[in-house]
Design a protein around this ligand. Structure first.
Ligand SMILES: Nc1ncnc2c1ncn2[C@@H]1O[C@H](COP(=O)(O)OP(=O)(O)O)[C@@H](O)[C@H]1O
Ligand SMILES: [Mg+2]
Length: 275
């Protein structure tokens, strides 16, 4: 692995009023060009990990430890300094796409403005970038560009939001359950493009997902999280076939065999658990 771009050291996230621990002593590394998976059941703390990186935690939570990005501790930055990193350096795409665009401004106008904030491009050059990424997401680029968000389906808005993040060519991209709102074909297309972009630009990707198949297929390394703690980490092959921790075994046992393959892990039950 090359020098890590992001190193999280002993991250603790707590709800300060209740002293409830949300994330305990989390350690995680992502290097340029790597795709890292973070998997675990719903509510285990995956999204709060993503939010801690860019100081987007809910008001009642605070973070301790170190989040080193390009050797700067992000936990020591001001809100303004975080905002500067957001977009161009670190892109975050959330499952909930509704806040991605202002409803009554055309998608194209919003994309061009954002691209221009981060890049010294003319309006026409920024428009060309926007149309290109929209098309890469499998969207009718011209139409989506001239539409208002409310004229599009949820899945189309989500793909436009992903296109927007990718247009900025971030060094680190955090994808939090980005394909949940998409049908399988659109989801695969989006992930294909994220993977292609990561290979071309060396962008590091932290892929948060409850979809183990996606994590196995797409990532270089997987972290397994249980109730705010990383319980196991390894290559997809190790996590899938040679895991050690009972929780990983439980997660893997809930996944049916990949198409065309026999199930390799010992299932603990036959039900597909909601993770
Ligand atoms: N906005 C919020 N305010 C208070 N607690 C929250 C909020 N969002 C999530 N939590 C709590 O933080 C914990 C971790 O949640 P989250 O990181 O969203 O889980 P995951 O993304 O793995 O499903 C859960 O106990 C959840 O109830
Ligand atoms: Mg989540």
């Amino acid at each position: 692995m090359s020098e890590p771009l992001l190193t999280i050291e002993d991250l603790i996230v707590e709800k300060h009023k209740e002293s409830k621990v949300i994330i305990s002593r989390l350690n995680l590394q992502v290097a340029s060009g790597e795709m890292i998976g973070l998997i675990g059941e719903s509510g285990c703390g995956k999204s709060m990990t993503a939010r801690a990186i860019l100081n987007l935690l809910p008001g009642q939570m605070n973070a301790k430890g170190k989040i080193l990005y390009k050797n700067r501790n992000l936990l020591g930055l001001s809100r303004q300094e975080h905002r500067k990193l957001l977009g161009k350096e670190i892109g975050i795409i959330f499952q909930d796409y509704r806040g991605s665009f202002t409803p009554f401004i055309r998608i194209g106008k919003q994309m061009v403005e954002t691209i221009q904030v981060h890049n010294p491009l003319s309006k026409n050059e920024a428009k060309a970038v926007a149309l290109e990424v929209l098309a890469e997401m499998g969207l009718e680029a011209e139409r989506v560009y001239s539409n208002y968000p409310f004229q599009l389906s949820g899945g189309q808005v989500q793909r436009a939001a992903i296109a927007m993040s990718l247009a900025l060519k971030p060094s680190l991209l955090i994808c939090d359950e980005v394909t949940t709102a998409l049908d399988v074909m659109s989801g695969e297309k989006v992930l294909d493009y994220i993977e292609k972009m990561s290979k071309e630009t060396g962008c590091a990707v932290l892929m948060i997902t409850h979809d183990l198949t996606q994590a196995y297929k797409r990532t270089d390394r997987i972290y397994v999280m249980e109730q705010g703690e990383i319980v196991e980490t390894g290559t997809p092959e190790v996590i899938r076939c040679h895991h050690q921790h009972p929780y990983t075994k439980k997660l893997c046992g809930c996944l049916l065999a990949l198409p065309g393959e026999e199930r390799r892990s010992e299932p603990t039950n036959e039900k597909v658990m909601s993770i």
